[in-house]
Design a protein. Sequence first.
Length: 192
Amino acid sequence: MQIANRFGPTLGSGVLVLLLLAGTCFAQNKRETYDATAYGTSTQMGRNIGIRIIIESYSTPEDQRTLLEAFSKGGNEGLVKALEKMPARGRIAVTGGLGYDVTYIRQFPTPTGRKVRLITNRKIAFGEAWASTRSEEYSVTALELDLSNQKEKSAGTLLPACKLQVNKQNEIEIEAFQNPWRLTNIIDWGSK
């Protein structure tokens, strides 16, 4: 994985395609809760925060089609508008905080366990909107958990503020506002 503000076409294409097109889903009817430590990389090196991910349900193939269609018609802005209309599937929060709803969550098997990917519209803070900062353009939050059968090998990546775009080669890529956060110390509190 290339750690930079802009992810190359391979990562961007791969993440979005797998995020939206991951066809194999597990049946799920119980709440899942995960805690993790997010470590800053590059310019955020040395910073860390605890995060909590709560999954109430997984997205449907219809949700997947809706997002793909919205992105193909309206780009990142179309994707965000579609995410805003979707029902909440879970929550993400800094440990101890309220956080915000997550509207698109998929999971699929891997040779060593499973991956969980989520994407949601990012809440723009009042001060951020008032000051009209460049960060307002990065209106999506994305997260990937690589949940290994060997718990100590579970890891992940968090992009708190990013946007999706089509590059000159007509490939979808993810551009992060800052650097990705590395997720470790993942605790699976099990299904409830």
